[in-house]
Design a protein around this ligand. Structure first.
Ligand code: GCW
Length: 681
């Protein structure tokens, strides 16, 4: 089999002989009673997985006829599962939760995978396969799982012409011209991959939405995709264009308080649900970067969101209203813009609305402090939006394991209700009892054979799913699982790759935007450095707006002497950020304009430290290349070579970043590069 990466982490290549011997008594047959598309998917996955891993075809039985069966299902689908009397517990875990337990039935040993819902049973099946793929013991299993967040959703920024905004792995997976007549097999594999990590929703189209997605013609295509995803528990959602009633419906207005507009949306919702009974809902980018919205009619975000929510509510759909709004006005700081526009609406959104907020207040930078809205809207259902695709992080050319960034974000303490009010607790409902919870990730998938362009970018798709399932998971654990499933089961080799992944995030921050720098990428495409950029149509699309370098120093003063955006945070974190002496150095230039000779914790001046960080980033990439080269005989040749070629690009880019940024800032700092920092060639 060509190792082209198509199988992602769902590679079921045979285990070493000893392991097979150990597993065989536990996996003698498979009993999935009942009939439904999801039960069929469970059977298919387990037959492929178990047969592949054990190297012999697993027996499929109708009943418990021997020792060592795997029985899977719900109390309703499977009389065997019903006999375990787990109903009470299963109901408490919900239709997506599951139990995997070693049991005895009629004196026979078995492993039961039980859930109150068929999709939960499917998740349990993937969990069992993961145990085997990562060579865990199967004796005395007693696993109880349930997702901590309800909506675990990929956002595809896919356009109807097949291009993908910020997509670096080929074209869209949705072939609109073939649909609905032909549904690519790949869509099923996409849904399998999503289900294997618990992702249960997919927004198919770009938030910069084309109104035509809601036309009758496209809805039929969308319905065909929904049919393909349904067995795997992946619901379909759509991004809508707020002005669609005008563009599609021919109405003279899209005013959310106009009854004809509301009626148009209600009818549209009815039409959608008649085709897709389990349709998830709408994602909305309104009044942002030129997109239409309620503001045109002097209406508010709440007016807009609630009107759409009312259309979806009778069908159980939700509205994910994006908080990515930032309109320049005099004295404005983009880092406070969304906070200023949305905080006043806390408590004003309908029960089926979630406010979808990016992790940081600017825009998916390599490192940002958490978005202050997470500590400011106790009466609003907040849902973070993470970016899996690496718009500002080297596209699909750089190896960077994003779970590290997401962990930092989720662990951030908002202090909204005193210490320990972490973002994770805000969004999982434990702090405010938020009922509808969720997490969105802007997808990095495309038509490339390996789905994500870089083999290691698959790990970010995987990590997003795992963290949406459980926002408390440790990046190390996620990386270990993924590496063992995807690259190697050899513990020593796996450990070396895991270490690379865990270090990669800080290294990328070092060579791109250390010490709190941000948004100094090339304008438009956002690849590579352009700290000098000052020609954009809006000031806040210029690099110079963000770094504010001058003869005195570097960084954006967001304290009271500057924009005061720091006051969006709660005390004491606000005061910690606001004080240059206590501000974590990773956010120093985010909150402060710092003199070039200011001493950092290392005892070095800002200028020297900055230069050394860039060098450290470059050094890491060089070391990573060596480390990867040393693994050549442990990884299949094809994937090894492909990753090696990407690492070479990463080194080129790290050097480019270091040289461009340092040479540019040196024109202000007028200081020599410290020893240990290479002179640009
Ligand atoms: O990150 C920025 C991107 C835009 C994107 C926008 C958004 C979809 O540069 O391409 O548009 O954010 O999140 O709406």
């Amino acid at each position: 089999m060509a190792e082209d990466g198509y199988r992602l982490w769902l590679r079921y290549d045979s285990l070493p002989k000893q392991t097979v011997e150990r597993y065989r008594p536990h996996v003698a047959s498979l009993v999935v009673q009942g009939r439904s598309p999801t039960l069929a998917a469970i059977r298919e996955e387990l037959v492929a997985g178990l047969s592949g891993l054990l190297g012999t075809k697993v027996a499929v039985a109708a009943d418990l006829d021997r020792d060592g069966a795997i029985i899977v299902g719900t109390p309703r689908s499977s009389p065997l599962i019903a006999r375990l009397r787990l109903d009470h517990l299963l109901r408490a875990l919900g239709p997506e939760g599951y139990i995997i337990r070693s049991v005895r039935l009629d004196g026979r040993r078995a492993i039961a995978i039980a859930s109150d819902g068929e999709v939960g049973a499917l998740y349990g099946a993937f969990h069992l396969l993961r145990l085997m793929q990562t060579v865990q013991p199967l004796d005395d299993l007693d696993i109880v799982e349930r997702p901590r967040l309800r909506l675990r959703i990929l956002n595809h920024w896919d356009n109807l012409d097949g291009s993908i905004e910020r997509g670096y792995a080929g074209r869209s997976l949705w072939n609109w011209s073939e649909l609905p007549a032909r549904v690519d097999q790949r869509l099923r594999d996409y849904a399998r991959a999503c289900a294997s990590v618990g992702i249960n929703g997919s927004v198919l189209n770009n938030v910069n939405a084309d109104a035509r997605i809601l036309s009758a013609e496209y809805l039929r295509k969308v319905a065909a995709i929904a049919d393909a995803f349904r067995p795997y528990g992946v619901r379909v959602y759509l991004s809508i264009r707020f002005s669609a009633p005008m563009e599609l419906g021919g109405l003279p207005t899209a005013d959310p308080l106009d009854p004809t507009v509301a009626a148009w949306w209600r009818q549209k919702a009815d039409e959608i649900y008649s085709l897709i009974p389990d349709f998830g809902g709408f994602l909305v980018k309104a009044d942002s970067e030129g997109q239409p919205g309620p503001r045109t009619y002097r209406r508010t975000h709440a007016d807009g969101a609630n009107m759409l929510a009312a259309a979806l509510a009778p069908h159980g759909g939700v509205v994910m209203w994006r908080a990515f709004v930032y309109d320049p006005k005099p004295g404005y700081d983009r880092a406070a813009a969304a906070y200023d526009s949305l905080k006043p609406f806390d408590g004003k959104f309908a029960p089926n609305v979630l406010l979808q907020v990016k992790n940081g207040p600017i825009d998916f930078q390599p490192r940002e402090p958490f978005h202050p809205l997470f500590g400011a809207m106790p009466k609003t259902q907040l849902m973070p939006e993470l970016q899996i695709t690496q718009e500002y992080l080297g596209f699909s050319n750089h190896l960077v394991f994003l779970a590290m960034m997401w962990r930092e974000f989720l662990d951030s303490d908002t202090y909204a209700e005193g210490p320990g009010s972490t973002v994770a607790k805000v969004i999982d409902g434990s702090l405010y009892g938020q009922r509808l919870t969720g997490m969105a990730g802007v997808a990095n998938t495309g038509s490339d054979r390996n789905w994500t362009g870089h083999h290691f970018a698959q790990a970010n798709w995987y990590a997003f799913g795992r963290l949406a399932w459980d926002p408390n998971l440790a990046p190390r654990r996620i990386a270990e699982e993924w590496v063992r499933m995807t690259f190697t089961r050899d513990p020593a080799t796996a450990e070396r790759i895991v270490r690379m992944m865990l270090e990669s995030y800080e290294a990328l921050v070092d060579y791109m935007t250390p010490l709190g720098l941000h948004h100094i990428m090339w304008p438009g495409h956002h690849y590579g450095p352009a700290p000098w950029w000052d020609k954009a149509e809006r000031p806040d699309w210029n690099s110079v707006y963000y770094h504010r370098a001058d003869a005195r120093g570097l960084g954006f003063d967001r304290t009271a002497t500057g924009s005061d955006a720091v006051s969006c945070y709660n005390p004491p974190i606000r005061d910690l950020f606001a004080n240059i002496a206590t501000c974590p150095e990773k956010f120093l230039l985010w909150f402060h304009h710092v003199p070039w000779d200011y001493r950092l914790l290392s005892g070095r001046t800002l200028w020297d430290e900055l230069a050394l960080r860039y060098q450290r980033g470059v050094d890491w990439v060089r070391a990573a290349r060596k480390e990867w080269d040393a693994l050549a005989d442990r990884i299949d040749a094809e994937r090894h070579a492909e990753v090696a070629r990407k690492l070479a690009i990463q080194e080129r880019d790290a050097v480019w970043w270091r040289d461009a940024v340092l040479l540019y800032f040196q024109t202000f700092a007028k200081r020599p590069l410290p020893p240990g920092v290479e002179r640009p060639a």
